[in-house]
Design a protein around this ligand. Structure first.
Ligand SMILES: *[C@@H]1O[C@H](CO)[C@@H](O)[C@H](O)[C@H]1NC(C)=O
Ligand SMILES: *[C@@H]1O[C@H](CO)[C@@H](O)[C@H](O)[C@H]1NC(C)=O
Ligand SMILES: *[C@@H]1O[C@H](CO)[C@@H](O)[C@H](O)[C@H]1NC(C)=O
Length: 355
């Protein structure tokens, strides 16, 4: 082939590759505007799920999302893809296969003295799920592993971690939250309560809230920011093998998981969820607290969401276990609570009391 023709051919090929790439990017980018503004809850989805005998779960028009558009719902799904560099520096923990585990497990009944395990919170209109899943699991682990009753502050993490954790109410990285606990600690909820306690009903929350500012001061004057900090000592990922995830929860307490949310998940009411219909809406993070098997022999994970008790099964949901449904077994993260600061405070309180 003459050189000129070869160059021309190369240029033509380059252009076609660029064109294809661009088309793919457009297809993968945001949903078309008509869908973005339409309501997330659809009667057709409820009917489709509820009339399907093999779906294994029931749907309803959840009051939590009665006035939400697809765009607003997507904004809640605040898990951003973790930067590769960050992912690779985190240790991966797996647990030996020979560990005997019960066929049913529920952290709420395993540690009934730890009230935070069974709490259902509400992230409001902020894409802060990445922070909720982490802070809630860490609070539980303080009680389970150290016998310390504490509600930790989602707000501290959300407002003060900055770009290292992602983009606040516009989404973040679950594993970065656990790293923040090791390096900076997290204050108590009493010191820095969540900014959006109203849950914000429409109208009045549009445009979506900006991320709260990092103040580093307790709202209560008698509390010191520095003294309220609770730390982690380790942050790690857990191997995606279901047995390892179960062993971790059984031995150490709840973990944070991320998974892909489809349209039908907004309609979940009860049963063991698996994706049946609808498009991808985004990545979401929640707290995994147990597992079991239904009478029909279906294995499931048990999880606490933070969309209040009006959504789902009183705020909880079950999802199929063992098949990496919606990626639920793929991005499991956790950490270890530290005695730093808290043991000192306990002994100071003890001294104060005994003086
Ligand atoms: C019913 O649910 C099953 C399991 O999720 C799915 O494979 C099947 O395609 C669904 N059927 C219909 C008609 O949607
Ligand atoms: C949803 O919007 C309707 C009409 O705009 C209103 O009457 C209703 O109270 C709203 N529901 C919620 C839960 O905000
Ligand atoms: C935590 O608080 C609850 C309720 O106030 C109490 O019943 C429980 O015993 C406490 N647990 C620990 C470990 O102190």
């Amino acid at each position: 082939m003459p050189a000129m023709a070869r160059i021309c051919l190369t240029i033509v090929m380059l252009f076609s590759v660029m064109l294809i790439c661009q088309l793919q990017v457009q297809a993968g980018a945001s949903t078309p505007q008509f869908k973005h503004d339409s309501k997330i809850l659809q009667k057709s989805i409820v009917e489709r799920v509820n009339s399907n005998a093999t779906a294994g779960w029931k749907a309803d028009m959840s009051p939590r999302f009665s006035n939400y558009t697809v765009g607003q719902f997507k904004h809640l799904l605040g898990v951003k893809p973790t930067p590769k560099g960050l992912l690779e520096t985190m240790p991966v923990r797996s647990h030996p296969q020979h560990l005997k585990l019960p066929s049913n497990f529920d952290a709420r009944t395993a540690w009934p003295q730890c009230a935070t395990i069974g709490r259902i919170l509400d992230q409001g209109h902020c894409g802060s799920c990445w922070a909720f899943g982490a802070v809630e699991s860490l609070s539980d682990r303080f009680c389970i592993q150290l016998g310390i009753n504490v509600s930790l502050s989602v707000n501290d993490l959300l407002a003060c971690c900055g770009f290292l954790c992602g983009d606040g109410c516009d989404g973040g990285y679950p594993i970065a939250a656990w790293r923040y606990f090791v390096h900076h600690g997290v204050v108590t909820d009493e010191c820095d309560p969540y900014f959006d306690n109203s849950g914000c009903s429409h109208p009045g929350c549009e445009p979506a809230y900006p991320t709260p500012k990092c103040i580093r001061k307790c709202v209560k004057e008698n509390l010191l920011w520095r003294n309220s900090k609770h730390y982690g000592v380790k942050a790690y990922r857990i191997s995606s093998d279901p047995h390892s995830i179960m062993a971790e929860v059984y031995a150490k307490g709840p973990v944070e998981v991320a998974f892909t949310v489809y349209e039908d998940f907004a309609h979940y009411k009860s049963g063991v969820y698996k994706h049946t219909t609808g498009d991808v809406m985004g990545g979401h993070a929640v707290k995994l607290i147990g597992w079991g098997t239904t009478d029909d022999g279906e294995d499931y994970w048990l999880l606490a969401n933070q969309w209040n008790r009006g959504w789902g099964d009183n705020g909880y949901f079950k999802i199929r276990r063992g098949t990496n449904e919606c990626g639920i077994e793929q991005d499991v993260v956790a950490g270890t609570p530290s005695t730093r600061n808290v043991i000192k405070q306990i002994s100071e309180e003890y001294l104060d009391a005994s003086m």
